[in-house]
Design a protein around this ligand. Structure first.
Ligand SMILES: *Cc1c(COP(=O)(O)O)cnc(C)c1O
Length: 233
């Protein structure tokens, strides 16, 4: 078995145990394998082990990798999720090449994604990224502007607002991890109570997966625990 297949098995075991502890069904949590900085061959190894959803942060790297993966595995469909910061001049290729975008944080970007989404692909699944760490983070919509933004994004014709995403401040302390995820969960519950039909909480990475599952994550975004340590150029 490849290292990636072994790592996937270990991550799967961790998710399973976290679900059991939280009294949740295993199928309530989807695993997004974050393949940024890793080559197409690593994605193919994960596909061979059964993984079908992949997250990428950098547009050009992702587009190159998609082509290469399609060449190596032409008969296997995978879902690509964009999870990086979005520049407004990059929305068109994002709208055309990804099934999901987790990092919508302002209306202008959402409007462009909706306008530029090719009709034949159907609505793009999106999450709004929320800043739940206050001053410590520059990314994400603020909690106070979230209700209005969510209402506006949900009304866009070629987007389907699925839920919320956050990247909390990194900490090893599980109680602090859980507190941050609980804040996102509370915002999600409020939006649902206001009438929006949401089903996705995208939260939890390699270092805080258990806490995220305990607080209700429905997508965990796992990179290094599957593919190994990243080396940036
Ligand atoms: C890189 C990244 C991940 C994966 O992080 P790991 O710690 O390697 O699991 C998850 N989400 C986002 C938004 C990322 O940029």
């Amino acid at each position: 078995m490849s290292i990636i297949a072994e790592n996937l098995q270990a991550v799967e075991a961790t998710i399973g145990a976290a679900c059991a502890t939280a009294g949740r069904a295993r199928n309530e949590v989807d695993l997004l394998a974050v393949s940024k900085t890793f080559p197409a061959e690593a994605v193919v190894e994960a596909m061979t082990a059964g993984q079908r959803a992949f997250g990428e942060n950098y547009l050009q790297e992702a587009l190159d990798k998609m082509q290469e993966v399609a060449r190596l595995q032409p008969d296997t469909a995978v879902a690509w999720h964009f999870i990086g910061p979005i520049q407004s001049n990059k929305t068109r290729p994002i709208a055309a090449n990804f099934q999901w975008v987790h990092t919508v944080e302002r209306l202008k970007i959402a409007q462009r994604l909706s306008e530029q989404r090719p009709e034949e692909l159907g609505p793009l699944d999106v999450c709004i990224q929320v800043n739940i760490s206050g001053e410590a983070s520059k990314s994400g919509a603020n909690a106070d502007e979230l209700p209005e933004l969510a209402r506006q994004v949900a009304a866009l014709p070629m987007l389907r607002l699925r839920g919320l995403m956050a990247i909390p401040e990194a900490t090893q302390d599980e109680a602090q991890q859980r507190a941050a995820f609980a804040r996102l969960r509370a915002l999600f519950d409020k939006l649902q109570a206001s009438g929006l039909a949401l089903d996705t909480l995208s939260m939890g990475m390699s270092g805080d997966l258990k806490a995220a599952v305990a607080e209700g994550a429905t997508i965990v975004r796992i990179g290094s625990a599957i593919f190994g340590a990243r080396h940036y150029e």
